[in-house]
Structures are given as structure tokens and as C-alpha cells.
Design a binder for this molecule. Structure first.
Ligand SMILES: *Cc1c(COP(=O)(O)O)cnc(C)c1O
Length: 464
């Protein structure tokens, strides 16, 4: 074993050799050195556990191909593009929404150049970063005022901390949601310093429950969108106008956390479409909060719209400074909101909307095209078929309504679907699909048709 350890190549020797390799020439030296050390550590384990017993396996020549492969991966940036063939449109693990081209351009411009981020061009004096989207949000939701922060979790926190710290907020037991990534209403409320006053039962809450809970220490009524689950069957909850009426009678705000939030009513095209922010305000909410990167299809942001007398104190709260939106996000958000001024344009250009609203015919056509291209390239290495299936909106929106789609099923001959999945995770870029029993499934809904050639190439390599 000692002889084996001594046969391991020296780090500097390896670096010397690799420094001349065209594929690794541009890799940062410091990373390369870490990578070589990690690789040698793995070899030491192989020796200790007797997976390597022959010194010949440790010559630089014998190791070079594996080592180069390893270092290419090790030195690549950590945050990378992936190809999303899962059919989950707002896939939180894969970055939620893709930005429209005009939003991408706005982000790049804001990144590259100085801007009037906090500069009033009319007076030449200091301005506010929030002014850039207030008018747009007012136009799109009918709200009197608006504020944007880092994300919707921050929006809820800021609203509660500002308007309800040390006082009670009444919430239905059926709405104490946990969103993925550990956003839990009771915990966010605790962090804000507001006191949770739960009312009703899990499945049924009545107006009288709220009425009985309201007292002199009540700061607000809160309605939370049960984003990622539904309580069905014997259920009941007071309507928004009823809650607004109760809030007004006690002089407290009625807050609504819409979760996904959206700006245009697509209920005609997608059954179960959730109420828009405008509808929520019309129904009675004094303030609504929602995400920028769920159904809206913009960058990660938390949007707060509603009455000025409640929004202004949020803007003044020092906590707002810690939750503030950055200029790149703001640029992407403004460009996205501008598209919504013409909803037809939004459908054409906002990828999240375009993918959600893709027609069954269109998806069938895309699946057939992709299947044909795969058959041609993969030949007899896999059986390719087109099957009916479902896509999901994701992001916690409409958990109960799936969108009909056509899937391309790949059944490799020499590999099981799990094996294929594992290989595609290692491909460059990684291709993420779904597995259903004996097939690896690709959903054209979340693939840009321009990515089809890439998908074919990645499968070709994975099944080589
Ligand atoms: C998603 C969601 C949040 C959190 O929004 P982020 O933008 O992810 O911070 C809060 N409340 C509800 C109801 C949600 O669905």
C-alpha cells in the first residue's frame, strides 16, 4: 500500500501537464490546484479501500483522461444552465420563471451602465428606486400605491412587521401554509413580532370566528392563499367582501397574501386560474402581496399593492432597507410589467405565460417533431414514442389542475430509465426530465423548440 501511495503523481507535476491542456488552460489556477488535490484524495481512498492495487493504474498517463474529466467538472461554474424537460413551468428548483427577451435586455443594460436608479431626472436630485414601477403596478392592478421588495416572503414579513408588530393578526387555521423552502406563515409572523390569532377549524372557518377574535389588540385580518394544497369537501370560509367589511368596522387593514399572484385573467384558457391582484383589491383587500417570479413570469421579487396609507409606512420602515429590491431585478420587473400593458403581447413574450398557455395541438406537434428527430439519431438504441400526459404549472399554483400535454417517452434498450437520468444529469448542459415506470419522459411544454437539437445531441451522447 505504501508503494501505491508513493506512486501517486505530485500535484505540481499534474498541474504542469494540465496547464498545457487546451481545455483547461483558461481554468483559474487556484481552482485547478483544489481540483487536483480532491482527485488525489479520492485516489488515496481507493488505495486504502483496495479498489486500486496496481501501481500502473496510478501513472499520469493512465489517470489523465479521468482526471481531465473530473477537473472540467470541478472548474466549471457552479450555477449553470440546465435544460428543463420536466414540464413543470414554474420549477422552483430550476429557477422558477424565465424572463422575456425585453426583460433580459433591461437587466443587461442596468448591469452594464449607470442608471437613474435613485436619481430624479426632473430635478437632478436624489430620487427613489420604487418610483420606477409604482405607476405600472397602479395601472395593472388599480392600486393606489405599490412597493417592491426582494421576494414575497420579505413582502409578508415587512407588511406584518410594519402594521402588526406586538399586536394580533387574525388568520384562519385552514390557511397556515408552509411553502417549499421553509416559508411558514406562523413562523414568518413570529419573526415579524406579530401575534398569530388562529380562528376556525382546518376545513371550516366562519365570519363569526373572525368577529369573536377581533379585539382592541387586533392589528389586521390576514387571508393567505393556500398555494400548494387544497382543502376539499366540507369546507367554508367567509368571502373577501365580508372580511373587508369586518376590518372596516374595526378600523384595521384586511391583508391578502396571494402567493403566486397574477395580473391578467386567463380563467378562459386555464380552468382554476387564480384571482388577479386587481380582483383581490376590488374584492376588498387593503393590501395584497405576491411573487414576481411565479405566475407573473418576472424576476424574483415581492410585490405589495394597495392603499397608500398602509404602503407609505412600509416604505419608511428601516426593515425595508434590508429587504430592498436590487437594480437588476427592478429593471427586469419593469420590463415584464410593461409587457402586461398589452396582455396579448405578454402571452407572446413572457415565457411563463407562453408555456402555460401552449395549446394541446401545438404541444402534440412539437412532441412529434422531437420524437422524429430522436428516432433518426438514436436509431435502435431506444424506443421513442409520443404519449398523452400532464404538465404542471408549479410554484405552488393550482396544485390540483394539471395541464394536458404530449410527452416524448424514451425507452433505452441497454439502460434503465434511472441510468439514463443519471447520465443526463452529468451531461453538459444537464438535461432534466421525468421518469414514469419504464420510460424517461420529455415534456415539450418547458422546452424551447430551439432546444430540440440540443436535446437530441445530449441523448445521443448519453446513449453512445
Ligand atoms: C410562494 C409563496 C410565498 C413566498 O413567496 P416567495 O416569492 O417565494 O418568497 C408566500 N406566500 C404564499 C402564499 C406563496 O405561495
Amino acid at each position: 500500500m505504501n508503494r501505491l501511495y508513493r506512486s501517486l503523481p505530485a500535484v505540481d507535476k499534474v498541474l504542469q501537464l494540465l496547464g498545457a491542456d487546451p481545455e483547461l488552460m483558461d481554468a483559474p489556477r487556484a481552482l485547478l490546484r483544489d481540483g487536483v488535490n480532491a482527485f488525489l484524495d479520492a485516489l488515496r481512498r481507493d488505495i486504502a479501500e483496495e479498489r486500486i492495487t496496481d501501481p500502473a493504474e496510478l501513472s499520469l498517463d493512465a489517470l489523465a483522461p479521468r482526471l481531465k474529466d473530473f477537473l472540467r467538472g470541478f472548474c466549471a461554474p457552479s450555477l449553470r444552465r440546465v435544460v428543463n424537460a420536466t414540464g413543470v413551468v414554474v420549477h422552483t428548483n430550476l429557477g422558477r420563471s424565465l424572463l422575456a427577451e425585453s426583460a433580459v435586455a433591461a437587466v443587461a443594460e442596468a448591469a452594464r451602465r449607470y442608471s437613474n436608479l435613485e436619481f430624479d431626472l426632473a430635478t437632478g436630485e436624489r430620487g427613489s428606486r420604487y418610483t420606477h414601477v409604482v405607476r405600472l403596478l397602479a395601472n395593472l392592478t388599480g392600486a393606489e400605491d405599490a412597493l417592491v421588495v426582494n421576494n414575497n416572503a420579505a413582502a409578508v414579513l415587512l407588511v406584518l412587521e410594519t402594521l402588526a408588530k406586538g399586536r394580533e393578526v387574525v388568520v384562519s387555521r385552514g390557511e397556515l401554509v408552509e411553502i417549499g423552502g421553509s416559508f411558514r406563515i406562523p413562523e414568518v409572523m413570529a419573526r415579524s413580532g406579530a401575534i398569530l390569532r388562529e380562528v376556525g377549524a382546518t376545513n371550516r372557518t366562519h365570519l363569526r370566528d373572525y368577529e369573536q377574535a377581533v379585539n382592541e389588540s387586533t392589528a389586521a385580518l390576514l387571508k393567505v392563499h393556500t398555494s400548494n394544497y387544497r382543502i376539499i369537501g366540507f369546507t367554508s370560509a367567509p368571502s373577501a367582501p365580508e372580511l373587508r367589511n369586518l376590518a372596516d368596522r374595526h378600523g384595521v387593514p384586511f391583508l391578502e397574501d396571494l402567493g403566486s399572484g397574477n395580473l391578467h385573467d386567463f380563467s378562459g384558457q386555464i380552468p382554476g386560474w387564480e384571482p388577479t391582484a386587481r380582483q383581490a383589491l376590488e374584492q376588498g383587500a387593503h393590501i395584497c402581496t405576491f411573487s414576481g417570479d411565479k405566475l407573473l413570469g418576472g424576476p424574483q421579487a415581492g410585490i405589495i399593492v394597495g392603499e397608500r396609507r398602509f404602503i407609505e409606512p412600509l416604505r419608511q420602515n428601516p426593515l425595508n432597507r434590508a429587504l430592498r429590491i436590487d437594480k437588476l431585478t427592478l429593471a427586469g420587473l419593469e420590463a415584464t410589467l410593461r409587457l402586461y400593458l398589452d396582455p396579448e403581447r405578454a402571452v407572446r413574450e413572457v415565457p411563463t405565460l407562453r408555456m402555460m398557455l401552449a395549446s394541446a395541438d401545438e404541444l402534440q406537434r412539437r412532441a412529434s417533431n422531437l420524437a422524429r428527430a430522436l428516432r433518426k439519431t438514436l436509431d435502435d438504441r431506444a424506443v421513442i414514442s409520443v404519449e398523452r400526459g400532464f404538465s404542471r404549472v408549479g410554484g405552488g399554483a393550482f396544485p390540483e389542475s394539471d395541464l394536458a400535454t404530449s410527452l416524448v417517452a424514451v425507452r433505452p434498450k441497454a439502460l434503465d430509465p434511472e441510468g439514463l437520468r443519471a447520465r443526463l444529469l452529468q451531461s453538459d448542459p444537464p438535461l432534466i426530465g421525468r421518469i414514469d415506470q419504464d420510460a424517461f419522459l420529455l415534456d415539450p411544454r418547458t422546452l424551447d423548440p430551439k432546444e430540440h437539437a440540443l436535446v437530441v445531441r445530449l441523448l445521443d451522447l448519453a446513449l453512445a
